[in-house]
Ligand binder design. Structure first.
Ligand SMILES: [Zn+2]
Length: 276
């Protein structure tokens, strides 16, 4: 089983010391995919000053020189990889998530991707939508961009059918059925990497407040039994705020590193693994 970690929300507002305190040691054994926001807006979240709350001001990640230098060094050492996580992460005025609004999503994806690639001297292959939310336009734009999706998006209503459409519906419902009859209390029903014509979609297992070490290891046993890979999804600012959750992360990473069948690798390696 391949194992990796995806962490969301790195942006202009991120203190590199916080990232280092949380992942400095972990990322020496398991590469962490940081889903970064290129031009983060002001929203209510720990670590973001509330002074400009309610405005549509945005902040360029490139202007946090200390963060950029830390990320560039860590990328060279293979400790982090970078995914695109929205463009501003701001909902529209009627609270519609960014990639469910009526924008030119393809243009946003291109601009965001190129900005991060140029700032961090890296290649971006993965996209994490803010709030895991997409609509028909953004899903089509994602595919046109040849960016793969990291996270579960299992609504088939918004899709333009391609030759993998039916196969993926069957996989998705089969995943749900297997989860339903499993003796374990699982965190997510989705297990399979789904291949479409121009992109893939890989589910993640979320580590959010309330998730226990036991639930994580039960999910591991289940995924191992059905021969799937494991990507753990986190938020560094939530781990920073919540020492119990951070402890669950460390316990689980140690557990995974002790399993003879577990191979730590990057999220990109897992998502682009050919299994069809
Ligand atoms: Zn986010």
């Amino acid at each position: 089983m391949k194992f990796s970690i995806r962490d969301d929300d790195t942006s202009f507002f991120t203190n590199p010391q916080v990232l280092h305190n949380i992942y400095g040691e972990v990322a020496q054994s398991v590469p962490v995919c940081l889903a970064c926001v290129p031009f983060h807006g002001v929203l209510s979240r720990p670590g973001i000053p509330s002074t400009d709350l309610g405005t549509r001001l945005t902040y360029d990640i490139n202007e946090n020189a200390e963060l950029i230098s830390y990320l560039r060094e860590s990328l060279k050492l293979g400790r982090f990889t970078i995914a695109l996580h929205g463009y501003t992460h701001l909902d529209s005025d009627n609270r519609t998530p960014e990639f469910c609004g009526d924008y030119d999503h393809f243009h946003l994806l291109q601009m965001g991707r190129h900005h991060l690639e140029a700032s961090l001297n890296c290649t971006i292959q993965l996209f994490v939508p803010p709030h895991n939310a997409l609509n028909k336009q953004s899903l089509a734009a994602l595919s046109r961009s040849s960016l793969s999706l990291l996270g579960s998006y299992n609504s088939f209503m918004n899709r333009v059918p391609d030759r993998y459409f039916l196969r993926n519906i069957i996989i998705s419902y089969y995943d749900r059925l297997r989860c339903f009859v499993s003796p374990y209390a699982l965190i997510t029903p989705y297990a399979s990497n789904q291949h479409y014509t121009r992109h893939n979609e890989h589910p993640c297992v979320p580590l959010i407040p309330g998730i226990t070490f036991t639930q994580l290891i039960n999910t591991y046993y289940y995924l191992r039994r059905i021969s799937k890979n494991f990507i753990l999804a986190t938020h560094y600012w939530e781990l920073y705020e919540n020492p119990d959750m951070l402890n669950v992360l460390y316990q689980f990473v140690q557990f995974m590193l002790n399993q003879p069948d577990v191979l730590p690798c990057s999220c990109e390696e897992i998502v682009y693994e050919s299994d069809i």
